[in-house]
Design a protein around this ligand. Structure first.
Ligand code: SF4
Ligand code: SF4
Length: 108
């Protein structure tokens, strides 16, 4: 018997509900994304109204999704369409700190 809940309604239980909450979160794309393995997908970019995800071409016809944390509103709309659950929502402070740490290590 069906619960009557849509997939989006179920997702809503796990993502921020108010604009205030979305501002403290940001999406993060993990290594399981299929684009970097040569499989065309790009669903996350298609559903992002903020155009926060762009795809950078790689060798061999592959592409890498690049998320702009400044443009990401943390709405969570890109989570459900991802076929491999590669996208998560992180606390914005934590995500930006990790990004800055990685940048500093790259230039050390
Ligand atoms: S969380 Fe929302 S704004 Fe951020 S990348 Fe996903 S769809 Fe775009
Ligand atoms: S929806 Fe998921 S698998 Fe598809 S391009 Fe985006 S992160 Fe990669």
């Amino acid at each position: 018997m069906s619960s009557g809940l849509s997939r989006r309604a179920v997702l809503r239980a796990f993502v921020p509900a108010s604009p205030e909450e979305t501002l403290v979160r940001v999406a993060s794309i993990g290594a399981s994304c299929v684009e970097a393995k040569g499989v065309s997908c790009r669903r996350c970019g298609e559903v992002c109204d903020e155009n926060a995800i762009r795809f950078v071409p790689l060798a061999g016809g592959r592409a890498a999704p690049v998320l702009n944390p400044t443009m990401c509103s943390g709405c969570g709309e890109c989570l459900a369409p991802c076929p491999v659950s590669a996208i998560t929502l992180l606390a914005r402070d934590t995500a930006l700190l990790a990004r800055e740490t990685a940048r500093l290590e790259t230039h050390a």
